[in-house]
Design a protein around this ligand. Structure first.
Ligand SMILES: Nc1ncnc2c1ncn2[C@@H]1O[C@H](COP(=O)(O)OP(=O)(O)OP(=O)(O)O)[C@@H](O)[C@H]1O
Ligand SMILES: [Mg+2]
Length: 262
């Protein structure tokens, strides 16, 4: 198995603030990671580096057997699928859903070339279909509900057939049914041997899809624990990460956590 991500001492400093502090992390082919931690822990910063959108201030970030700083990021980025709120904000509201997905193969948002390969359109349609969104293909992005937008963004992130898929809080803003639908779909994706390596960022244990194999817990830019999911998602580790005594339940592959009563 080759390394999808190999971070050694990855540190990000902005002004006086250390956003990430000496993070060592390895993600291998076939692994499905969940990254958990409170607001401001550095999760999005970590994904920005993993997605070749940001350079570490110090340390080494290996991505798909390339090293940040020594590789043309414009060649690396198409090999990585990324779905995040920041990226969604760049999608023009009037963009048609099919185009939102198709344009990903060119690493742009906003359709700027009229001649796309029919093959690309067919692939975009198949991805929308797989995520239950093909009947929406002619709608504009602006008219979609939050849950529908999330599914279109994931289809978009998969368009370039990436070797690594990064999802930053795909469950944010979804209602209960929407969340459960997403968890189920991500669980299916996790079980698909042909799917890329996955990294999912969330605050909510309820959003951890069954089938995910590894977890990384962050707090204030540092790693609290990482490794096989069952070893990492413990009451002790989670209580440390969220700085609050938590009571954890694990049932049928799903996790829930609530504050421990005194
Ligand atoms: N350019 C910057 N200058 C100073 N601080 C920054 C900068 N960018 C981010 N930060 C801070 O770094 C910390 C980590 O941010 P990050 O977005 O990675 O957190 P997060 O774990 O994704 O949080 P959330 O769960 O709220 O999305 C935050 O406290 C944020 O305010
Ligand atoms: Mg974030």
């Amino acid at each position: 198995m080759s390394d999808v991500l190999e971070f050694a001492g990855v540190t990000v400093v902005r002004g006086r603030k250390t956003l990430l502090d000496g993070v060592d992390w390895q993600v291998k082919e076939g692994e499905r990671w969940v990254v958990l931690g409170p607001n401001g822990a550095g999760k999005t910063t970590l994904l920005q580096i993993a997605g070749a959108r940001m350079h570490p201030t110090r340390g080494m970030a290996g991505i798909l057997d390339e090293t940040m700083g020594k590789v043309d990021v414009f060649e690396l980025r198409p090999r990585i699928g990324l779905a995040s709120a920041a990226l969604a904000n760049q999608i023009p509201e009037q963009e048609q859903v099919l185009n939102v997905v198709v344009t990903a193969s060119y690493g742009v948002t906003g359709r700027w070339r009229e001649q796309y390969d029919k093959m690309d359109e067919r692939r975009a349609f198949r991805l929308l279909d797989a995520w239950g969104m093909s009947t929406f293909m002619n709608r504009t992005f602006a008219t979609l509900s939050e849950g529908e937008r999330k599914r279109v963004q994931i289809a978009r992130a998969l368009m370039s057939d990436p070797e690594l898929l990064l999802l930053d809080e795909p469950g944010a803003g979804l209602d209960l049914a929407g969340r459960e639908d997403l968890v189920e779909r991500l669980s299916e994706l996790a079980k698909d041997e042909d799917a890329p390596a996955l990294v999912l960022v969330t605050h909510h244990l309820e959003e951890v899809p069954p089938g995910f194999t590894h977890a990384l817990l962050l707090r204030e830019g540092g790693v609290v624990a990482q490794g096989p999911i069952a070893e990492v998602l413990t009451e002790d580790n989670l209580s440390t990460a969220f700085d609050m005594p938590l009571s954890l339940k694990h049932d049928d592959g799903r996790y829930t956590a609530v504050a421990k009563r005194a």
